[in-house]
Design a protein around this ligand. Structure first.
Ligand SMILES: Nc1nc2c(ncn2[C@@H]2O[C@H](COP(=O)(O)OP(=O)(O)OP(=O)(O)O)[C@@H](O)[C@H]2O)c(=O)[nH]1
Ligand SMILES: [Mg+2]
Length: 199
């Protein structure tokens, strides 16, 4: 849920990067963080396990101009994708204004993608949110891997994108697709916010 601070005239929106373990959620945030000028970002907080996988969340506020005299800030979070961090995932997802689902394009990860997508909708439902009301975009990451290892964006759309939301091919390790994804979700969130005058 977006936070409106009338004193500082600031709106803060929460965007959550969701998806199966090792699909590249943290890599997206690292890439974005590396590209955003120092005066436009806060501190990235990353709690990792011994095996360097996200345990809790990454946090990245970016100022994105103003709407109606309020400056907008986006906080980007990632959930830990590994199956056994279900509670943390639910917690991080709470209050999300928008979700980026990061799928792993590798063919052998199809089942994990489908399960994580179902898990996302189950968790939204648990927060009492109609999944269709939450701005969502999908990113098909790791499209840089050899053709015989991955599914095409069209094939992945068929398996995952029942809502026919905007979807983007990406290589988060090197950057292509990272900012188009972020821009798409930001626009959807801001549109929703200005349409409703905030929540
Ligand atoms: N080739 C390739 N590798 C990638 C890409 N994105 C991420 N990776 C690699 O995939 C591995 C997992 O990436 P992470 O960003 O840690 O994945 P995650 O989704 O945050 O994983 P969890 O925190 O466990 O849920 C790392 O070794 C990354 O370098 C990509 O677009 N292409
Ligand atoms: Mg991670």
């Amino acid at each position: 849920m977006s936070l409106v601070n009338y004193a500082t005239r600031e709106i803060t929106c929460k965007i959550v990067y969701y998806g199966p373990g090792r699909s590249g959620k943290t890599t997206n945030l690292h890439y974005i963080y590396g590209q955003v000028p120092g005066d436009r970002k806060g501190q990235m907080v990353s709690l990792a396990t011994q095996t360097d996988r996200t345990l809790f969340f990454d946090f990245l506020p970016i100022d994105l101009g103003t709407i109606s005299g309020f400056s907008t800030r986006f906080q980007l979070y990632t959930v830990p994708g590994q199956v056994y961090y279900a509670t943390t995932r639910r917690l991080v997802l709470q209050g999300a204004d928008g979700v980026v689902f990061v799928a792993d394009s590798q063919s052998r990860q199809l089942k994990e993608n489908v399960e994580s997508f179902q898990d996302l909708h189950a968790n939204l439902a648990e927060h009492g949110v109609a999944a269709r009301d939450v701005p969502l975009v999908i990113q098909y990451n790791k499209q840089d891997l050899p053709r015989d290892m991955i599914m095409s964006p069209d094939e992945l759309d068929e398996q995952l994108n029942f809502r026919e939301v905007p979807s983007f091919a990406a290589d988060a390790l090197h950057g292509p697709g990272v900012f188009v994804t972020l821009r798409a979700i930001s626009e959807q969130v801001l549109q929703r916010l200005s349409g409703k005058g905030g929540r």
